[in-house]
Structure formats: C-alpha cells, structure tokens
Write a protein that binds this ligand. Structure first.
Ligand code: PLP
Length: 222
C-alpha cells in the first residue's frame, strides 16, 4: 500500500461518515521503518508522523526536520518518566499520558518551559492487565486532575484489545471524550482506521499500511 491509497481511503471514510476530510489527521507511524521509506513519504509531502521510542525519534527527526522544514512528530508509545524532558522538547503531541506520575512530571516541565505538547490521555478500554492506560471508570477523574494541573489535554487515545472487534472500544472512547468535553480522539490503526473515522476519530495512527511491514531486529540502514 502507499500514502496515496491510505489518503484516498481516509477521504472516502470521511465522506461515508458525513465528515470533512480535514477533521481527521493522518499520523504516519514511522517507528522501526528504514529511513528511505520515511524520506519517500516526506518527499510526497506528508508532514505528520508518529513514533514509539524516544531514542529512535531523537536519532531521526532533528535531521529530517532540518532537511524538510516544519514536520510534526507525535509520541504514540509508552513514555518513561525519565525520558519526559527529552520528549517534551522533541514531540508536538504525546498520545500516551497514562498515569499520574507522568502527568505530574509533564506539569512540572510545562511550568518550567511555559509550554507543553498537546496531550492525549490513554485509556485502557479493554481493562487489560498487561496494557498501559487509565481504566475507563477512572478516566473522568484523571482528566479533571490533569486539567487542575493546567495540562493541555486535547483528547483521549486507545489501543483496543488484539483479536477483538475494535468498534465497541471506539464507541466507548468517543462517549468518554464527549462527556469530558474533549474534542480529540486518537484511535484507529492500519487494520481499522475507517471504522475509527466512522466513530469520530480525529487522529488515526497508520503505520504498516503506509510504509509496509515493520522488520523488527533488522538494523536500520546508515
Ligand atoms: C505501531 C502503532 C501503530 C501503527 O500500527 P499499524 O498496525 O502498523 O498501523 C498505531 N498506534 C500505536 C500505539 C502503535 O504502537
């Protein structure tokens, strides 16, 4: 597949849902992809990317930004508290605000810098024990506490359980965002981004359908 194909499918999904295509942002998830594939998508004009690992993003994006100009990079992977400072300097948004200790750290950094990346609270919609995220029935209180710390929470994010129908999770997240007055919904990946758009996604995170399969363990080309 390719960027063009995914953009067409995104536009079609918006039309079907009666939504403006500009209401959905396509995050091209470039984690673990060979640099030449990322450059190819930049060459096509795309300017919004997602990364999962602070160190990998740090090694890649300062150079690519110098070369291609204004590129937005969103953090979509788990964020260790000790990497929060690097992350707030590097990323335009963080989709994985998943615990109070991280919220407190981000609030401190925001105060010191006078600015913060946009934030999405990650919700563990399936209440999976091994998965990060705020439990659904704790999310309203968590959002309220983040707001009390002046954190710029823009929306909610979820990764539905593998092998399950994602639609009930998308619907649940949309309902939780609405009742908290949050406009942003980060949901939908390569296999289900059209369903996510039908349920109100404002940010879809699409990796392999744009770049091809990820080859974990293969060294990145120099
Ligand atoms: C890797 C990843 C994606 C992209 O997954 P694809 O199936 O390749 O589209 C989206 N969201 C998160 C949180 C990811 O870690």
């Amino acid at each position: 597949m390719s960027l063009g194909t995914i953009q067409s499918r995104l536009t079609a999904a918006c039309a079907k849902a009666g939504r403006a295509p500009a209401s959905v942002r396509l995050i091209a998830v470039s984690k673990v992809q060979p640099l030449e594939r990322v450059v190819a998508v930049l060459d096509e004009g795309h300017r919004l990317f997602g990364e999962n690992y602070v160190q990998e993003a740090q090694g890649k994006w300062p150079d690519l930004r110098a070369r291609f100009g204004a590129v937005q990079v969103h953090m979509i992977g788990p964020l260790q508290t000790n990497k929060a400072k690097v992350a707030v300097d590097l990323f335009d948004a963080i989709h994985t605000l998943d615990r109070m200790s991280l919220a407190e750290k981000l609030a401190k950094l925001a105060q010191a810098r006078g600015a913060s990346p946009d934030l999405f609270v990650q919700v563990n919609t399936g209440a999976e024990p091994q998965k990060a995220g705020i439990l659904p029935d704790e999310t309203d209180a968590f959002v309220a506490r983040c707001r009390a710390m002046d954190l710029p929470v823009q929306g909610l994010m979820c990764i539905p359980p593998e092998g399950e129908d994602a639609v009930p999770h998308f619907a649940m997240l949309a309902q939780m965002a609405a009742r908290n007055g949050l406009a942003g919904l980060s949901m939908g990946m390569s296999s289900d981004f059209e369903a996510a758009i039908a349920h109100g996604a404002t940010h879809v995170r699409v990796g392999s359908a744009i770049f091809g399969a990820r080859a974990y363990g293969t060294p990145l080309p120099a």
